[in-house]
Design a protein around this ligand. Structure first.
Ligand SMILES: [Zn+2]
Length: 637
């Protein structure tokens, strides 16, 4: 009987929770504090007939308020407070992020160019329109309002400069902490934490969840304030902050320890990786580093010439087949080889992946050495149209006249059998080339995907999907099935190497464990939403258009969930632009990409500048406003 009552109570609670989630309703937390919960939270503190708001008003209930307190600069949260500020409320912003509010348009105007060759890898979910900054705050400041004293703490981590606010109201100590925690010990995503770690000498591109150390310190700082209730920017109200924070820190540490243990970067930056580990893990905790590949040769066979991060395959008759060409220095070395007589001519170029350090000088190379350029089908579009994507380290130079080959395509060249493979290791668009020399070595050129210490997934923006049969699961399974006499060559590593079967199995197991840890960490129904910023994207990402013309965009969505979903997509375009249709509903099967097309009409008399489009995406319980974006440069007729 007791069990039955409990079940009914739980059912009722679930029902209340679901109702709150689906419609923006206002729930009283204490006599003077209420919360409007939509997908994001808005906190309303009312006193003496006046109102102060934290985050914003996602249900658009309020007409006039005194102040809006913003914790951080995420546009998918900030939109809820924008209208109140425009109607005259005083805006209070974290000092370190004030510019990204007030100068948002300047960022996007320059981003049309800086998005190429970008190694910082910061999330682009930042405001697209400027928002007036009335007051900048940082740790130690207090905000006095209606006899309440609101204390400000710096709590960086989820963003670089976020703050939290603490206040006693109705004898309850409230903390408003932005996105540093989601509900009962979870985090909204991990890709937002990508950043450089200067004390470990790790740059932004290599800084997987680089702000984890800051995030954990911020969480501890929040816990030491002994708040009674935390209201994060998203997710359920936290009624037991200490337990929720402890749980989140433990899950973050488990995820990071798992990540470090099989990471390719340990090969390049061994000592720095100890610093990375120490920033996040407990002092007595140690990473179980995977032993390096069991076979490591000092250098490649003589028929392979390493030239910076290119490799030249040399035939006995002097002809050459180049792999990647990212810098002028590589072309200079090839010219030297030709002048010395060692290289007679170039007969082919294979591109492992689109990153600029592998592609920047391909056009110049082709001007000097006319030869065919090969890649696999999946890489064709990004190599030809890099500007259509928002991904790390894009080159601005598309490769024309590319020969795109199907996965597994075989080619005989001189005394070599070449086989071209799709190989989604370091990034989602990535290929590999197996070169088998007659009666000699078999070399598998794997681009940047592995080093002797493990997998290269240190840039979260590269879309290393963690589904069985995709990403590194796919690559590891591929290596497992290969005959045992090949050697791997990474474009940045001189030494060819090979893992044994046990290592391949253990890396696969680590990734399986990672899936479980991340499933605990994120509130999504599938962990890939928390590591794949581009699961919803506008294609093309960047385009140029003349006034008076129409342009087409496609919103592409990868459904990571285990079941199909109906996604509702509504692009947001500047109000002078026309949009057709205004909304689209698409049903996408599990682990498939679906898309909806829209036509945008640009008026004749529009000013010539950079416009940013965003798209709202709704599915299941998620109502994601201003989620993905694209840049449109209107230029003179
Ligand atoms: Zn790369």
């Amino acid at each position: 009987m007791k069990r039955r009552i409990i079940t009914i109570v739980i059912f009722a609670l679930v029902l209340i929770f679901t109702t709150v989630c689906h419609s923006a309703s206002i729930v009283e937390l204490s006599p003077h504090v209420s919360i409007c919960r939509n997908f994001t939270n808005g906190v309303f503190i009312k006193k003496n007939g006046r109102t102060l708001v934290v985050y914003g008003d996602p249900g658009r209930n309020l007409k006039k308020v005194d102040k809006v307190l913003f914790t951080h600069n995420r546009r998918d949260v900030v939109w809820t407070g924008r209208k109140l500020v425009n109607k005259g409320a005083e805006s209070v912003m974290p000092a370190l992020e004030a510019d990204s509010f007030s100068k948002a348009d300047e960022f996007w105007t320059s981003f049309i160019k800086t998005r190429f060759h970008d190694t910082h890898q910061q999330t682009t979910k930042i405001p697209i329109m400027p928002l007036r900054v009335d007051r900048e705050v940082s740790e130690g400041d207090t905000i006095n309002w209606q006899n309440l004293t609101i204390k400000v703490l710096d709590t960086p981590g989820y963003t670089r400069g976020s703050v939290s606010y603490f206040v006693n109201v109705d004898d309850i100590k409230y903390g408003f902490v932005g996105d540093i925690i989601f509900g009962d010990g979870q985090l909204f995503d991990l890709y937002s934490l990508q950043d450089a770690v200067p004390d470990a000498k790790i740059g932004g591109y290599h800084g997987y969840a680089g702000r984890l150390g800051e995030l954990i310190s911020s969480l501890r700082k929040v816990s030491s304030q002994n708040p009674d209730i935390l209201v994060p920017a998203r997710g359920p109200v936290i009624k037991n902050p200490k337990i929720a924070i402890k749980r989140l820190i433990e899950t973050l540490q488990a995820a990071y320890k798992n990540y470090l243990s099989i990471n390719a970067g340990h090969w390049y930056f061994k000592d720095n990786y100890e610093v990375l580990a120490a920033r996040v893990l407990e002092p007595d905790d140690k990473v179980d580093w995977m032993p390096y590949a069991t076979t490591i040769r000092k250098k490649p066979p003589d028929w392979i010439v390493p030239i910076h991060n290119s490799r030249l395959v040399l035939s006995e008759d002097g002809a050459g087949f180049l792999i990647d060409c990212g810098s002028r220095a590589i072309i200079d070395e090839i010219i030297k080889l030709r002048d010395s007589g060692r290289l007679s001519r170039l007969e082919g170029l294979f591109i492992t992946h689109y990153h600029n350090d592998h592609t920047n000088e391909i056009n110049e190379f082709l001007r000097q050495f006319k030869c065919s350029v090969y890649a696999c089908q999946d890489s064709k579009d990004i190599l030809e149209n890099p500007g259509a994507y928002r991904l790390p380290c894009l080159t601005s130079q598309g490769v024309p006249d590319l020969i795109a080959l199907p996965d597994g395509h075989k080619m005989r060249w001189k005394e070599f059998n070449l086989t071209f493979y799709y190989f989604p290791g370091q990034t989602i668009y990535h290929d590999a080339l197996l070169v088998e020399k007659d009666d000699s070595e078999k070399i598998f050129f794997i681009g940047d995907s592995f080093t002797p210490s493990g997998i290269d997934d240190y840039c979260l923006q590269n879309r290393n999907l963690l589904h069985p049969g995709m990403g590194f699961f796919y690559c590891l399974d591929f290596l497992r099935k290969m005959p045992p006499d090949y050697l791997l060559i990474n474009q940045h590593v001189l030494e060819p190497f090979r893992y044994n079967q046990e290592q391949i199995k253990s890396m696969t197991e680590v990734l399986e464990k990672r899936r479980h840890i991340l499933a605990r960490l994120f509130p999504w129904d599938e962990p890939n939403y928390g590591i794949d910023e581009r699961w919803a994207r506008i294609y093309p990402y960047g385009q140029k258009i003349k006034p008076g013309r129409n342009v087409e965009i496609t919103v592409k969505i990868f459904n990571h969930s285990n079941s199909s979903h109906i996604f509702t997509i509504s692009p947001n375009v500047p109000k002078e632009f026309r949009l057709k249709p205004e909304k689209a509903l698409i049903n996408i099967k599990s682990r498939k990409e679906g898309e909806a097309r829209f036509e945008i009409g640009v008026p004749d008399n529009i000013s010539e500048k950079v416009y940013v489009l965003t798209s709202d995406i709704k599915f299941d319980k998620w109502d994601l406003r201003h989620w993905s974006e694209a840049v449109l440069e209107v230029y003179p007729e």
